[in-house]
Structures are given as C-alpha cells and as structure tokens.
Design a protein around this ligand. Structure first.
Ligand code: ADP
Ligand code: MG
Length: 414
C-alpha cells in the first residue's frame, strides 16, 4: 500500500497536494515533526541548564522527492508562502556564510532568500556541512520539498523547530545521512542560529525530535543527555490547556538577544562558563557583585533551573497534580525577574488560576506567544470561558484556546 492509499491527516494531504502541484509527480515520502510546549524551564537552554518540554499533536509535514535532473538544486514551497524558492545546493554556502547570531538581523549578510525559506534551506545547508566536515567530496541529490503545517506560527509553540525537524528528517533519509536524532536537532539549531539568524537554544529541536506520547523530555542542555519523564496528565484526570494570546513574538528582533547578553554578563561576573554553574546558594553573592537588572536576570535562570529539577522529582514522586505551584513560581519569575511577559500573558495566567487551574505560566521565549494552564479535565470549558472573558474585559484580541497531549517526535509518515 502506498501512502496515498492510506488515511492521511489534513496536513499530510496539504503537503502532498502542494508537492503534486509543484512538480506534477508524487513525492518519495512524507516526513513530519511536531511543535512543542515547554512545561517548565524557560531561557535555561542557552545557559547550559535544564528544560522539560513535550511534543504536541500539531505537526509540520514535508512532502519530499529527489530530483532527476541531478544538478543539486533544491526547491522549497510552503502553503504558508506565495512563491516557491529554488537554489543550487552549492549556492547555499554563499547565501548562509555562517551568519553569527551576534550579527543579528539587519546585518549586511542576511540571507538572500525569504526568511521562511531560510529554515528548510538552512537545514539542507547545515546537514550538508555536517556530512562534509572530513573534506571528502560527496555529491548530494537535489530535491523538491513541499511543506504544510498545523502548528500555530509565532505562538511560542515552535513552528520553527517543527519545520526544521520535518526537513532534517527527510533530508537525513533521502541523503542516507544516518544521523541520530540529537545530531539532527543540532542541524536544526544551526539552521535557525546561522541561516535564519535567530539566537535560540537547543530545547525546541530536541523536543521536536525526541518527543514520546505522554512523556516530557528532561534535557540537560550541556550534555544533551535526555530522559523521558512520564507525565500522566490524563491519568490524573487533568488536561493541559494552551492559551495562544495571538501576540506575535519575534526571536530575531525582540528582547531575546538582550536577555542572552545579560546572562552571559552574569556568568562572566560569577566567573563560570554558564549560569548552569551558579546555584541558588550563590545568589546572595551574585546580588553583591552585579547591578540589579543583571542580578534579576541571573536569579531567574538559577531558580528556573532548580524548578525544572524540582518538577521532575515531583512528577516522579507525586504525579502531575503536584506541580502547579512550580508552574506559577516560574511565571512570576519570568514576569518580575526576567521581564519577558506581556499583559496578555499575565491576564491568561491570572484568569486561568482564578478559574481553578492548578498551575499556569507563559511558555516559550516570551514577549507574546502562549501560556499553558494545568487544569481538571472537566474544567476545559469553564477555564477557557473565564480566560476569554478576561481578555474581552481588557480589550485584548480574543485568544485561541486548545488542549494538548504529549505526542510523538519527528518521524517518517509515509
Ligand atoms: P515559533 O517557533 O514560536 O512558531 P519562530 O519565529 O521561531 O516562532 O518561527 C516562526 C517562523 O518559522 C515563521 O515566521 C516562518 O518564517 C517559519 N515557519 C514556521 N512554519 C512554517 C511553515 N509551515 N512554512 C514556512 N515557514 C514556516
Ligand atoms: Mg521558534
């Protein structure tokens, strides 16, 4: 049975249809990767710390086929973009000349492709580089890539890691590259950091690559050692509600880079390679050594790392019902110390808690995007209504609300 005879999700169908429109033939296969929710552990990834995300059911699908002309050309199309983009693989080295995150957006070396195309093309570039580090000549077949997705974009649910993961999985198979999931996550991160120019950590890509149903991924961002932690949300009679505020964040232009710089400064002042190496007990000394703003940034990272460790322990010992207070403490720390929340996110959290949520916090990089709430399964409607009413009362755009269950990571679909 070929994949076109099996049942396809709407997103798979959209990707395949776009591929056929683009090329007039069937794809060699479909690959997909999910978005993610960060349960707790925000901005700790680039501080070599701990994170605890899980993959969500929303996925990005890439329908991909090798090209016969074999001139090493790659064409990418997305239901998200009006025009496909086509380049030769050789040209990618000129388009993405190792744009350092620090150069940031607006630098003269911005890629000469539309931003969305820098994600899949950046993956092709980074994967090709990863496979040619030994200097050996290797030829790479060109391909056509058609992308569709139901991951909300710019909502802090990592549509970026989803598109990277889908593209990386497809290229890994079609080029017979044989990289493991962690290596593919690194390829995705490199694409995002150096091809797109967004200075993000590795959490999103690891979550999208390694997700498993009903589990969160406890990741040490220094060693990249990952452990699956059973969540047991449904078992406990609970649900996780996502509240997309529809305030768009932008990693490459927002305060994300500034926060990273503060963290680097804090680590330098403390004389350690990364804030991972600062413990809660070191905070009084940190307070004496640095200015107030830098100290509060440091305190967020240090206490957030501890909260991730605590959450993993509490999940294992007492189950999902017991983590609510840790989620709330994480939100307060991001709101007051790291200062990455916005009024819409605070309203979402406050309204969910007032309506009986066990815990709630903004999730993702901040400055917009989504919040999550841990709620009783039979309270989905009442909490959603309360949040929607609070947004209306504040004159905010209506939020989009949906529940998520921890889901599978990247894989070949067909
Ligand atoms: P988030 O990861 O939170 O959704 P990002 O700003 O990191 O937000 O990534 C969003 C960007 O990723 C989009 O602006 C677009 O450039 C790219 N992208 C995501 N999904 C797709 C898609 N299906 N097709 C094309 N580009 C996409
Ligand atoms: Mg992203």
């Amino acid at each position: 049975m070929t994949f076109s005879e099996t049942h396809e999700t709407e997103t798979q169908d959209a990707a395949r249809t776009l591929f056929v429109e683009l090329t007039g033939r069937e794809p060699d296969g479909l690959w997909s990767a999910p978005g993610r929710v960060s349960l707790i552990g925000e901005h700790t990834d680039y501080n070599d710390g701990f994170v605890l995300p899980f993959a969500i059911p929303h996925r990005t699908v890439a329908a991909v086929g090798l090209r016969d002309d074999d001139r090493g050309r790659v064409r990418v199309a997305s239901t998200f973009a009006a025009e496909p983009v086509e380049v030769a693989l050789d040209e990618l080295d000129e388009i993405f000349p190792t744009l350092r995150p620090a150069q940031g957006p607006g630098s003269d070396r911005r890629p000469a492709v539309p931003e969305w195309a820098a994600y899949p093309l950046g993956v092709a570039w980074a994967l090709r580089q990863a496979l040619t580090t030994d200097g050996a000549e290797r030829s790479f077949r060109g391909m056509d890539i058609a992308i569709a997705s139901d991951v909300p974009v710019g909502a802090g649910l990592s549509s970026s890691a989803a598109i990277e993961g889908a593209a990386a999985s497809a290229l890994n198979d079609l080029w017979d590259a044989g990289l493991d999931r962690t290596a593919l996550a690194r390829v995705g991160r490199r694409a995002e950091n150096e091809a797109v120019g967004a200075p993000t950590g590795i959490m999103d890509q690891m979550a999208s690559m390694l997700g498993e149903p009903d589990a969160a991924i406890f990741l040490d961002c220094r060693s990249l050692e990952a452990q699956l932690v059973p969540l047991g949300v449904a078992e406990a009679g609970l649900a996780i509600l996502v509240i997309d505020t529809r305030v768009k964040h932008a990693h490459s232009t927002g305060g994300y880079g500034e926060r990273r710089a503060s963290c680097e400064l804090g680590a330098e002042i403390m004389g350690v390679p990364a804030l991972r190496d600062v413990s809660v007990d070191d905070l009084p000394r940190a307070a004496e050594l640095m200015d107030d703003v830098t100290f509060r940034r440091v305190r967020h990272i240090v206490t957030e790392n501890q909260r991730v460790l605590d959450t993993v322990r509490v999940l294992r010992e007492d189950g999902a019902r017991a983590i609510g207070d840790l989620l709330v403490a994480s939100h307060v720390s991001m709101r007051d110390d790291f200062e990455i929340s916005v009024p819409e996110l605070d309203t979402a959290v406050d309204a969910a808690l007032a309506a009986g949520a066990l815990g709630a916090r903004m999730t993702g990089g901040g400055f917009g995007g989504a919040a999550i709430a841990l709620i009783e399964r039979d309270a989905v409607e009442s909490v959603s209504d309360a949040v929607t009413a609070a947004f209306a009362a504040s004159g905010f755009t209506a939020p989009v609300l949906f529940t998520v269950t921890p889901s599978a990571g990247a894989h070949r679909d067909a």
